[in-house]
Write a protein of this length. Sequence first.
Lengths: 313, 260
Amino acid sequence: MTVLVLLDHADSGDLRATAPELVALASTLGSAEGVWVGAAPVPGRLPSGLARVHRVAVAHDEHLATSVSDALALVAGETGASAVLLASTFENKDVAARLGVALRAGVVTDADSVAVEDGRFVAGKTVLAGTWTTRVEVVAPVAIVLVKAGAADPAPPSGAPEVVDHTVDSSSAAPVEVVERAERAGTGRPDLASAQVVVVGGRGTEGDFGPLEELADVLGAAIGATRVATDEGWIARDAQIGQTGVTVSPRLYIGAGVSGAVHHRGGMQAAGTIVAINNDPDAPIFEIADFGIVGDLFEVLPQTTAELRRLRG
Amino acid sequence: MRIVVAVKHVPDIQAERTLGEDGRLARDGGDGTLNEVDENAVEAALVIAEGAGGAEVIALTMGPDDAVDAARRALQMGADSAVHVLDDEAAGSDAMGTAHVLAAAVTKIGGVDLVVTGMAATDGLTSLVPAALAAELGIPALTLAVDVTVDGGSLVVRRELDHADETLRAALPALISVSDRANEARYPNFAGIMAARKKPVTLWSLADLGIDAATVGSSGARTRILSAAPRPPREDRVLVTDTGDAGTKLAAFLVQHKLA
């Protein structure tokens, strides 16, 4: 049984952090094969477990969802794949939706686990802002599963497998022109969606993320924010965690000056351990916090950072 | 110019939401509302219509009886008319089935230049319907828009993705899905609420759309919920009030749980 994995990558060819996790997961389900879309060179080392990699040259801009969907449809057709795994991002949801129409496949988004049971793909996912857990079975012959970051331990890199070249000559998709595209440089921190530790600031920071940055340095954490903080321009839009922003499921979430509005909780409630610091004892985030501190984040965070540095000598 | 804006009636996210034994969302709580980002979709449709001078805006919804409330909200905001696809056999549709039904309705409305949707619904949060709907209709999808401009016969959308910022252009007819950052949705005024009472709401069944009921709804769904359970409450939770050493306590907690 062939399971295709979309190998998301930057224009430079650097794999996104979720790709090795998807390869590891796919290897537990069947014969894992990678799909590499576009002109960037396939890296010499790829996550171990891939039987081969399909490199697909596409007819239009490789960043368009239609181009990626065309590429996956071509490879799925040629390999007779039973499943396609993609990282669960908004861009890939567009890809999966179009591919689902093309292949008459069942599509599951935001999966935190995938297994094969009685020959069918079954995904686990949390719904309703992380308050319910469900298991969803794909009953169509082909399963498309969008997998959240952290669903599996990443496969270690190894030598590149055999590369098979394909070309999408023409697309049936209605044309879309990419007028402009600017890939943003990394922040020097882990990718927010896949980070194991996330430090998040809200209204209570009053725009000063300094103490959060210091703690994030010590913890090797990504920095996130609430909608209020991004609306105020205190931090870039792509740091917004919530139902219309990034969904995170780290081992450790630390919210500083975050009230815990339902929009925000929908994007972080699946975190392993939740720590909250807020000077309002009635903040809703305390209802879900494993360790809550009613206090001033500008007192608490520097103390925590200093103590962690001291403990590490 | 004819614009269809797809709107969804969802349980209020501030109320307690539950799944039934079949794993499907309990939609009968009476706490329903127009999906929040659909307000931004209606706003975008109205602004484009106003800019085009005399364009028609049609709100399209699908769901049980209460779903018409979502369409009514769109009418109160300023949409001209509404279509409600109401059919028991459509219940339990997955995202792909929903897109199929909506596509049939857009086709039946006819002469549609632009379809506008929200980028996500707060109940299922799959965000699959916009791109699937565009694929079914064979029109371009410009999704996740934070800014939309119509320039003659083409549409320009700016979007902010995880790793990149993009500007996309496509010719009409096309579909856009808008982010909650695209605009500030207007609040219906008294005149709008009164006017909405007289605006037509057309009811269509699956048969009206020429759809075989076996291909949509729970019978045609390509995914099936096997089980659903409330997440167990978090145990051993600690809440302290800082008296000068809470930061140190937090460091100890992180080290004790091997989190730092």
